[in-house]
Design a protein around this ligand. Structure first.
Ligand SMILES: [Zn+2]
Ligand SMILES: [Zn+2]
Length: 289
């Protein structure tokens, strides 16, 4: 007998049936014949052996046998009419037709599945968000959309629990992050601007430019102060700390500020006088360094 399933066997030379006597002589009842006819029809439509077997509650092997028998019956009827058949070729043709039908069916199934995917539900158990009722924002958890979920009590409980669990980790992380953050050049500039606004009313840079970016007591320039102390020059109020006029501001280096703390309150604003008064101190300062 020749099998239909395995391709290896089909490649082997099959028995060529020449006379009608070689065909199966067993007579089938009407119900058996009709079942065989139905199975053959389904096979030609492209259903796999497994699918047919599932429908009739038989094994796949049994279905294969029935199909084989049916094909032989077909061949016998052709031979009865007087035609001569190469059975090998006949079976090959039938198998190829079956494969083609299977391919077409598979592709059409794929399209059907794709169409069904587009019409899927919003979530597995909910048709829309429990809180706001949207369908357009995608589902996150427990029937809430991505926007509403962080406002729910479920989320808040999880959040507080995780915070309590990871307090020390969080502290470490925030320390490291704040160190890195404060060293960023953009952040430094931003902070400078804010301080400038709060403490000098936006006049700090103007005062620095007016004083030619130099310490008014010792003459240290801005770039040198950066090199020496790794910091900018200071701008100080002379009399009143709330008075942010340019006349009330003066630029000094860090060391001069330390030496002269408390003296600015007494001095009235007169830059030339201050410079003259502080000239002897410069020598002291140089010795100090
Ligand atoms: Zn929502
Ligand atoms: Zn100075």
């Amino acid at each position: 007998m020749c099998s239909l399933i395995s391709r290896k066997e089909i490649k082997k030379p099959l028995l060529i049936v020449k006379s009608i006597e070689d065909f199966p002589k067993q007579k089938l009842s009407d119900s058996q014949l009709s079942r065989q006819f139905d199975i053959l029809k389904k096979y030609k439509e492209g259903l796999t052996l497994q699918e047919i077997a599932r429908e009739y509650k038989l094994t796949r092997e049994r279905i294969r046998q029935i199909i084989e028998r049916g094909l032989l019956y077909e061949a016998r009827e052709i031979i009865k009419k007087g035609f001569i058949i190469d059975l090998n070729e006949f079976l090959k043709e039938k198998k190829q037709k079956h494969l083609l039908a299977k391919k077409i069916k598979h592709e059409s199934l794929k399209k059907f599945v794709k169409k069904n995917k587009r019409e899927k539900r919003w979530s597995r158990y909910y048709d829309c968000c429990r809180r706001c009722g949207t369908v357009f924002i995608s589902h996150h958890a427990h029937g809430y959309c991505e926007k509403c979920y962080p406002k729910t009590e479920i989320f808040k409980e999880i959040q507080t629990a995780s915070r309590l669990r990871n307090i020390e980790k969080r502290k470490k992380y925030t320390k490291e992050y704040s160190k890195k953050y404060s060293k960023r050049p953009e952040v430094i500039e931003k902070r400078k601007k804010r301080w400038d606004l709060i403490y000098f009313g936006g006049n700090r840079e103007k005062a620095l430019i007016r004083d030619k970016e130099q310490c008014q007591l010792c003459g240290l320039s801005r770039s040198e102060s950066y090199k020496k102390y790794n910091n900018d020059l200071c701008v100080v109020h002379i009399n009143d700390k709330k008075n942010n006029n340019l006349e009330n501001l003066i630029t000094i280096c860090r060391i001069c500020l330390k030496l002269n703390i408390g003296k600015f309150k007494k001095i009235k604003h007169n830059l030339k006088k201050i410079i003259k008064k502080s000239t002897p101190k410069i020598k002291n300062f140089n010795e100090f360094n």
